[in-house]
Design a protein around this ligand. Structure first.
Ligand SMILES: NC(=O)c1ccc[n+]([C@@H]2O[C@H](COP(=O)([O-])OP(=O)(O)OC[C@H]3O[C@@H](n4cnc5c(N)ncnc54)[C@H](O)[C@@H]3O)[C@@H](O)[C@H]2O)c1
Ligand SMILES: CC/C=C\C[C@H](O)/C=C/C=C\C=C\C=C\[C@@H](O)[C@@H](O)C/C=C\CCC(=O)O
Length: 267
């Protein structure tokens, strides 16, 4: 298991919700944490709260829009200047917006790619790096379709596929970096109210009751429960290319079929 004492972690979308929970559990386990978020007010307030709770200078906030290549790169350099290294990188920032769907893709998928590649360039052994672990936050909607949010679903399937492919590349090329994905079902954060917002859901508002039925099938998890899943994917150094599915009735590592289950058709 990876010891976190003295390690340096980066968490995107850290100002609230799951990202705040992930940052806190990493701090509680001895890591220093760089908080990245587009919400500057909330991020600065959380930096102060965490420094008071876990010791001065254990946390620093960096205002970053993960859809901006330059902002992400600039922040990463500032993090290296302040902390000297990055051992853990959690790409968590994400939104639901089926109307501004290019924005959703740019944040949920492209933002994860940007963060992953920044971390990988720093961590991989062929670049003189010390190795490390990257956790990309997908969703249960990255394993099965969420009818009301086809674009969000596409981004999460993309995060799962990208993570698994890069984990395989890391194994084959011996990068010394582990890359895993988290696939939680509904979690009690402001994000899940999106399904009721015409501004975010647009043409799919008529499917709100279908999502409500899914919320009955998958009762909401608490941030604290999901944060334990992050800790597992960070600490268990046997896990690379793992997808952790998390639902109220339990969590499990997804077993992807070696062969695609299919019904033969005559062509
Ligand atoms: N809440 C759920 O039910 C649930 C379930 C599965 C997966 N997820 C995923 O977990 C992640 C976090 O979701 P959450 O529920 O905590 O949502 P949230 O809305 O509570 O928090 C998201 C955070 O990301 C930040 N953010 C948004 N756009 C950004 C950008 N362009 N650059 C930087 N930061 C940005 C926000 O300011 C906010 O602090 C998302 O990727 C989401 O898809 C959420
Ligand atoms: C409005 C959306 C709110 C939050 C999005 C967040 O990512 C939460 C997603 C939660 C659940 C998604 C469920 C998707 C369900 C279906 O695709 C279905 O096929 C189930 C998929 C896997 C089944 C797991 C199981 O039953 O073992």
């Amino acid at each position: 298991m990876m010891a976190l004492q003295g390690k340096v972690a980066v968490v995107t979308g850290a100002a609230q919700g799951l990202g705040k929970g992930f940052a806190e559990i990493l701090l509680q386990n001895g890591a220093k944490v760089a908080l990245l978020d587009i919400n500057e007010k909330a991020g600065k307030e959380l930096e102060t709260q965490f420094n008071e709770a876990y010791g001065a200078d254990r946390t620093h906030f960096y205002p970053v829009d993960v859809s901006s290549d330059q902002q992400f790169k600039d922040a990463f350099q500032k993090i290296l200047s302040k902390f000297g290294q990055v051992d853990i990188f959690c790409n968590n920032a994400g939104i639901i917006n089926e109307k501004q769907w290019e924005k959703t893709v740019s944040i949920n998928l492209c933002g994860v790619v940007r963060g992953t590649y920044l971390a990988l360039e720093h961590m991989k052994k062929e670049n003189g790096g010390q190795g490390g672990v990257i956790v990309n936050v997908a969703s249960l909607a990255g394993l099965g379709p969420l009818a009301q949010t086809p674009i969000y679903t596409a981004t999460k399937f993309g995060v799962v596929g990208f993570t698994r492919a890069l984990a395989l590349a890391s194994e084959v090329a011996n990068y010394g970096v582990r890359i895993n994905a988290m696939c939680p079902a509904f979690v009690r954060t402001p994000l899940i109210d999106s399904f009721n917002s015409e501004e975010q859901i647009g043409q799919f508002m008529g499917l709100a009751d279908f999502t409500r039925s899914l919320m009955e099938k998958f009762p909401s998890l608490e941030v604290e429960e999901v944060s334990k899943g992050l800790l597992l994917l960070v600490k268990d150094d046997s896990l690379n290319g793992a997808c952790l599915a998390m639902m109220r009735d339990g969590a499990g590592l997804v077993s992807f079929p070696k062969e695609i289950p299919k019904t033969p058709v005559a062509l």
